[in-house]
Design a protein around this ligand. Structure first.
Ligand code: FE2
Length: 288
């Protein structure tokens, strides 16, 4: 099977409305020419328009900041299943992920990545994996069809270590009402705990195969370099994203999160991915 089918290189478009249409169709688009942070935020707001429910800058990704945050996360303990949180080192290629995955239903449905300054060595290229296209291709391949069936039909634990979420969900699901699809991948997906050991082992093996397929799509497909001023607009439900390793301390990328009227749930409080605190209402599966 050709895993590069699921790799998305976003097209450059001329307006937030065109970006919205392109993201609806292909999952991602680039709005060039956002010359500073305020212009990027304004473009993201215009993208969401009347659909905007929550919107804002989530974090600034620089080498120094990410290394400091990775050290904080390294000090956090493993959970009772031996799973441990870890941030990808800046020198490593990232695991494809939906941003805010640790917040479950409360994660943003749109992601905007603004390139303030690209890596001066030409490193740190971006990648996008279309989870829906990947699962469609897997369903057609006898070797991967069982993994695709599992992804659509079996609930798993989507939580991060020591950050439990109340609701389990399948890897992939169509969302009622909006026509949106959600296909998730991140490094901590695990079987629902407390099942019969043979079921837990079978589910763990299928999750591992799903993860390997997403990783192959990442590595088979072309990556792309964002230019200064590019705003990469992403359907954060359908696509996973990440970047290659980089070295330049002057590289700047901003992560901006947006929730539209089609978001499953919209949180009210701050969302901290370094020191996650899950409000009791979120753990119960309700917006605060
Ligand atoms: Fe991310």
């Amino acid at each position: 099977m050709d895993f590069s089918l699921a790799s998305v290189v976003p097209q450059r478009v001329g307006s937030p409305a065109e970006a919205r249409a392109e993201v609806g169709e292909r999952g991602a688009a680039i709005l060039p020419g956002c010359r500073d942070q305020d212009a990027a935020l304004a473009a993201g707001r215009a993208f969401l328009g009347g659909d905007l429910r929550r919107f804002g800058l989530q974090f600034e990704a620089t080498k120094a900041k990410q290394e400091a945050e990775a050290a904080v996360v390294d000090d956090q303990p493993a959970d009772e299943r031996g799973r441990k949180r870890r941030f990808t080192a800046t020198a490593e290629r990232m695991t494809p992920h939906n941003d805010g995955f640790g917040f479950g239903d409360f994660g943003p449905d749109y992601l905007f990545l603004w390139c303030g300054r690209p890596d001066g060595y030409g490193e740190g290229a971006s990648f996008l994996v279309d989870g829906l296209r990947l699962l469609e291709a897997m369903a057609e391949d006898p070797e991967y069809a069982p993994v695709a069936r599992f992804a659509w039909h079996t609930e798993i634990d989507q939580s991060e270590p020591n950050f439990p979420l109340a609701a389990h969900a399948p890897i992939a699901r169509w969302l009622p009402g909006s026509g949106r699809v959600q296909v998730r991948h991140h490094p901590f997906q695990a079987p629902v705990p407390g099942q019969a050991p043979q079921d837990e082992a079978a589910h763990a093996a299928l999750i591992e195969r799903w993860s390997r397929a997403v990783t192959m799509a990442r590595d088979a497909g072309p990556m792309f370099q964002a230019a200064a001023g590019d705003l990469i607009c992403v359907d954060n439900y359908r696509l996973t994203h990440g970047r290659d390793g980089y070295r330049d301390p002057a590289r700047v990328m901003l992560s901006i999160w947006g929730w539209s009227a089609a978001a499953i749930a919209v949180p009210e409080g701050p969302l901290d991915i370094v020191r996650p605190v899950i409000p009791p209402a979120m753990a119960a599966g309700k917006a605060t």
